[in-house]
Structure formats: structure tokens, C-alpha cells
Design a protein around this ligand. Structure first.
Ligand code: CTP
Ligand code: MG
Length: 234
């Protein structure tokens, strides 16, 4: 199901939203579970649609829920909804396939990072617009990280100053993302990783604490609390 892209921006946002949410426990597909009374996907799309750069939003929905997702989002923003696949990258590929060639920048954004602020979308898009082939929002790693062997014995302590935790939206020159997907033989989980395999540089920009990925039940509780903050951290 399609809706016309808006004319205001140069960015398509591809939203993989077809996952089951197994780590949340039994229930509906994760993107359709409720956070403070609204599906995660509604929270996510409301924020994406508020980003001035965004001309088109493509959702990869659970195949059984394509019509329901289109109806759900009709009041929020014009969206295109396609059936997702069994793996995240299949979902991304299905959504990428309907992005028209005139949109030169594609952001890939997990529905599960549903509280990601507009500022992160704009920062990633602006960095691609400035000439980067691939851009990822990152945070410093706060925990001490150990490398271990098969028996959980520590081999060493990793220097965390050189490590980054990666979020979404990940942004790409559209042609680069298409080439990375075409070349990717394995089922990588990270679109930027496919670009790395092409030998192209991937730039980091600051992410946001609000861009946490809702994965386990505790993340739902954290996200519910974040929604109550009067001026959430960016
Ligand atoms: N995703 C997708 N298609 C899949 C698997 C995942 O579109 N076949 C999406 C999810 O909907 C989510 C994002 O990719 O927005 C990140 O995946 P993850 O957090 O792992 O979500 P789930 O796969 O739904 O969760 P789980 O792994 O716990 O089942
Ligand atoms: Mg998953």
C-alpha cells in the first residue's frame, strides 16, 4: 500500500517493524505492542514524520498486519507499508525496494527505537547530505568490557575508549545502501556493517539516550518513564 511522498525533504526512512518481539515475552509483534496506550510504531512514526528532512516513510510490517498497520498510521503520517521478511535484513530490503530513485538519502530506523528524537534524524541526514556515504548514531560504552573464553574465564579487558554502542537511524547515500545490500551474502544485522564490507568509511555522530532499543520488559518500563519527563534528554 502506498502514499505519495511529501515534497518537503530528500530523505526516505525505512522502518523495519516486522519482528516478533520474542525477548519481550508472549504477545503481539513488538511494533504493535502498547507503550502508554499507543503502539511502539505510532510513537516511532510520529517522531520520524516530525523531521523536516523526511519525504517518505516506508514500514516493513509483519506480513499478516500490513493492512492493520496502514490503518493504524493513516492519522499519523502518509506512509507506505510493505510485508517484512523472516530476518531484519529481508525486511529492510523489502522496504528499500519501494524507495524511488529520486530520494538520494535513506535512513534505516528500527521501530523498536521508538522514542528517538527528531534531532537524531536530522543530524544523521545532514551528515549524509554533507558528503558521508554512511552515518551511524553512537553512544560511548559505559560498562567495563571483558573478553572471555569458552569457559567464561577473562582473557582481557577491552579499552572501551575506542568502543561505541550503535543506534538507529543509520543513514546512507541511497546508492551505497543498495550496493551494500546487493553485495551482502550473509544475514548481517547491521546495515552499516554491510557498507563496511564494501570498504567504504562509516561516520559516527552523537546518538541519544532516548534512542534506546526496546528489547526486554525492563526497556518498556524505562521508555514509559522517559515519556513522563517534561524535557526529555536529547
Ligand atoms: N525486524 C524486522 N523484521 C524481522 C526482525 C526484526 O523488521 N524479521 C525489526 C524489528 O521489528 C525491530 C528491529 O528490526 O524494529 C530490530 O529488531 P529486534 O529489536 O531484534 O526486534 P525483534 O526481532 O522484534 O525482537 P526479538 O529479537 O526479541 O524477537
Ligand atoms: Mg530480533
Amino acid at each position: 500500500m502506498t502514499a505519495q511522498p511529501s515534497a518537503r525533504g530528500d530523505v526516505a526512512v525505512v522502518v523495519p517493524a516486522a519482528g516478533a518481539g520474542l525477548r519481550l515475552g508472549p504477545g503481539a509483534p513488538k511494533a504493535l505492542r502498547l507503550l502508554e496506550g499507543e503502539p511502539l510504531l505510532v510513537h516511532a512514526v510520529r517522531r520520524i514524520a516530525a523531521a523536516p528532512s523526511v519525504a517518505m516513510i516506508v514500514i516493513a510490517a509483519p506480513p499478516a498486519d500490513v493492512d492493520a498497520v496502514h490503518t493504524l498510521l493513516a492519522e499519523i503520517a502518509p506512509v507506505t507499508v510493505v510485508a517484512g521478511g523472516a530476518e531484519r535484513q529481508e525486511s529492510v530490503a523489502a522496504a528499500l525496494a519501494v524507495v524511488p530513485p529520486e530520494l538520494g538519502i535513506v535512513l534505516v530506523h528500527d521501530a523498536a527505537r521508538c522514542l528517538t528524537p527528531v534531532s537524531v534524524f536530522e543530524r544523521v541526514a545532514a551528515t549524509v547530505r554533507d558528503g558521508a556515504d554512511a552515518v551511524i548514531p553512537v553512544l560511548p560504552v559505559v560498562d567495563t568490557i571483558k573478553e572471555v573464553d569458552d569457559e567464561e574465564t577473562v582473557l582481557g579487558t577491552v579499552d572501551r575508549s575506542a568502543l561505541r554502542a550503535v543506534q538507529t537511524p543509520q543513514g546512507f547515500r541511497a546508492s551505497v545502501l543498495r550496493a551494500a545490500h546487493a553485495a551482502a551474502a550473509d544475514s548481517h544485522t547491521d546495515d552499516a556493517g554491510a557498507v563496511e564490507k564494501l570498504g567504504l568509511p562509516v561516520r559516527c555522530v552523537p546518538g541519544s539516550d532516548l534512542a534506546l532499543k526496546i528489547t526486554r520488559p525492563i526497556d518498556m518500563a524505562v521508555a514509559a518513564h522517559l515519556l513522563t519527563l517534561p524535557a526529555p534528554p536529547s
